[in-house]
Design a protein. Structure first.
Length: 278
């Protein structure tokens, strides 16, 4: 009788452990990543807060606006214009991100990329535009990314709630296979969390600091202050003609074997015609 009683005790213990393990496995299988096609609000509130009442997205949300500007104009003095831009950068807490100087066929130019706090965007444009008669190019753009920002933020919160669920299951896991499976899911979720945090940080940085590209130039003729006279133009034409003759002579030297061959053919043809006439 004692052996039979011991048998039933072991049987019930084994059955209880098995049911607990099966229950844990079912919990693991029931937790799934939110579908990508689901909306941000449904993803967050249906998955992340299934045990609480559904919340509504607040109506008074701070707008996320990305502002950018692109200016190009002519100036009489590159140094004075650059100094004016530097003063504006200091006054409005901006930063010069890139500064490029160059020279093309008709002008010398300077191109500056500036990051300025978004609240100072308009006054900064006005400050660096003082003294400009007209703009060759002036583009001001504003992009509203509020909806995109809210969507990414809601998905990020849902991933963090899902991460906490797996951490709770990890504490209850007793088998190595269960621990490995949970840690694998946690690794995938954390990668997605880091990616979405990176997207939010990048977007917030573009919202907080606007980008302005300023290019100003000065024609080379005005910079040098030299006007070519009629005699100078004649002398330039003579030099150009001499250079052309020199180039032709050099090209002829490069094909001298063909020239000798052509001269020989002409010589024999003329000699043959003279023989026929005689």
């Amino acid at each position: 009788m004692k052996s039979i009683a011991l048998f039933f005790v072991l049987f019930f213990c084994f059955s209880g452990c098995k049911k607990a393990d099966d229950g844990l496995d079912m919990k693991i299988s029931e937790i799934k990543l939110p579908p990508k096609e689901a909306s941000a609000a449904n993803t967050f509130y249906d998955k992340a807060e299934s045990n609480t009442q559904t919340k509504e997205i607040p109506q008074n949300i701070e707008q996320k606006i990305i502002k950018e500007g692109n200016l190009r104009f002519e100036t009489n003095d590159l140094t004075v214009t650059y100094t004016q831009i530097q003063n504006a950068v200091k006054s409005y807490n901006a930063t010069i991100q890139n500064d490029t100087e160059g020279k093309d066929y008709q002008s010398v130019f300077r191109r500056i990329i500036i990051r300025v706090p978004s609240e100072n965007f308009d006054v900064f444009i006005q400050s660096i535009s003082k003294g400009v008669v007209y703009f060759d190019n002036k583009e001001i753009s504003s992009q509203d990314v509020t909806a995109e920002y809210i969507d990414i933020d809601a998905r990020l919160k849902a991933k963090k709630v899902l991460e906490n669920r797996y951490l709770e299951l990890l504490k209850k896991a007793t088998k190595v296979s269960e621990m490995l499976e949970i840690e694998k899911q946690l690794s995938n979720i954390r990668e997605e969390i880091e990616a979405k945090e990176g997207q939010l940080n990048y977007m917030q940085n573009r919202v907080t600091f606007s980008t302005i590209t300023v290019e100003f130039y000065k024609p080379i003729a005005e910079q040098s202050g030299v006007t070519a006279s009629y005699g100078m133009k004649i002398w330039t034409a003579i030099k150009s003609g001499f250079n052309s003759i020199s180039t032709l002579f050099i090209n002829l030297l490069s094909i001298w074997p063909f020239i000798i061959f052509l001269i020989a053919i002409i010589y024999f043809i003329r000699k043959r015609f003279k023989t026929k006439k005689t």
